[in-house]
Design a protein around this ligand. Structure first.
Ligand code: G3H
Ligand code: 13P
Ligand code: ZN
Length: 330
């Protein structure tokens, strides 16, 4: 058993309180490898932003759970070395079993998500309450979810989405004791968040997605004032990056995300945590493809992963400063 406190990590309680009061949102960036983690730390240190490092079960399988934990510990030390002591949370993204959440608590995570959103309500409540009871013994914060996001991603799939029902939230909080709540208001995972037929098109043929259901968010806020809300599936799928991917041999068709002005609006509300993974994947892919296509003689991974890291860092700083507003809050 390792306590996250000994690793220099923090749980999400205080940073969510500050985000709520200051009307901004904390970035939750997923990582699976060193370059992603370097880009996150560099961006957050330069922008002086608190950060949530997210690890999915897929990431644990890909990179090895022990290695990831030491990398997160390394991130804390790296940030200090860069000269700014930013609050860093190590968070399990989309935990699906009690055992996985327990294992993460034991490995030094400071926050876990138990995603029972696809279960019948009473089973979601029972599973979430069990995780909270365990995690709180170690002062680890817990994120639950009500409502199902649309979209398909490796380990996170939901064929049919259902918006969060605001009538359920007070009961869910009371029965589970969660510290934050992910809700479904029209975001979804991945780079194709809406089918083309759900969108309008502008004059350039760019897809314009339907707006998020801010009415549901407002109803939730009314019922649980001051409670931290989480938005998953919040990548904006920057069209300029998609264009680079496609220009250099990629095949991302009809990719569309959540417009950044809507995320900015969400960040000023009770939404305290905004999850971004796909945008980083697209940024990395764009940079790697560009090097492969324009410098075919390169074979040193640093020559393509380096530019990928630079592009990621630029993306993360943009999100922090221009979308979430978490800059200068560390
Ligand atoms: O919401 C899911 C995250 O983007 C993680 O994706 O399960 O493919 O690692 P992953
Ligand atoms: P995106 O696929 O929109 O980046 O969402 C990531 C996410 O919700 C991670 O939990
Ligand atoms: Zn998610």
């Amino acid at each position: 058993m390792v306590s996250y406190k000994d690793l220099g990590l923090v749980n999400s309680r205080e940073i969510f309180k500050s985000a709520m009061a200051g009307k901004y949102a904390i970035p939750a960036f997923n990582f699976n490898n060193m370059e992603q983690l370097q880009a996150i730390v560099q961006a957050c240190v330069e922008a002086k932003s608190p950060v949530i490092l997210q690890v999915s079960s897929g990431a644990r399988k890909y990179a090895n759970q022990t290695l990831l934990r030491y990398m997160a510990q390394g991130a804390v030390e790296y940030a200090k070395e860069l000269g700014v002591n930013i609050p860093i949370v190590l968070h399990l993204d989309h935990g699906d079993t009690f055992e996985l959440c327990k294992s993460c608590v034991e490995y030094g995570f400071s926050s876990v998500m138990i995603d029972g959103s696809h279960l019948p309500y009473s089973e979601n409540v029972a599973l979430t309450a069990k995780v909270v009871e365990y995690a709180h013994k170690y002062d680890v914060t817990v994120e639950g979810e009500l409502g199902v996001l649309a979209g398909v991603e490796d380990e996170v799939a939901a064929e049919h989405h259902t918006y969060t029902q605001p009538e359920e939230v007070e009961d869910f909080l009371k029965k589970t004791g969660v510290d934050s709540l992910a809700i479904s208001i029209g975001t979804s995972h991945g780079a194709n968040k809406f089918k083309p037929e759900q969108c309008a098109r502008n004059e350039q043929g760019i897809l314009i997605p339907p707006p998020l259901r801010f009415d549901i968010l407002e109803e939730v806020e009314k019922r649980i004032p001051g409670f931290p809300i989480v938005l998953h599936g919040a990548s904006s799928v920057p069209q300029e990056l998609v264009a680079i991917v496609n220009k250099y041999g990629g095949a991302m068709k009809d990719a569309v995300g959540i417009p950044e002005e809507q995320l900015r609006r969400a960040a000023t509300s009770a939404v305290c945590k905004i999850n971004i993974d796909s945008d980083g994947r697209i940024a990395m892919t764009a940079a790697v493809r560009e090097v492969f296509a324009t410098k075919p003689s390169e074979f040193d991974p640093r020559k393509y992963l380096g530019p990928a890291r630079d592009r990621l860092k630029e993306l993360y700083k943009h999100k922090i400063i221009s979308v979430l507003g978490s800059n200068s809050r560390a």
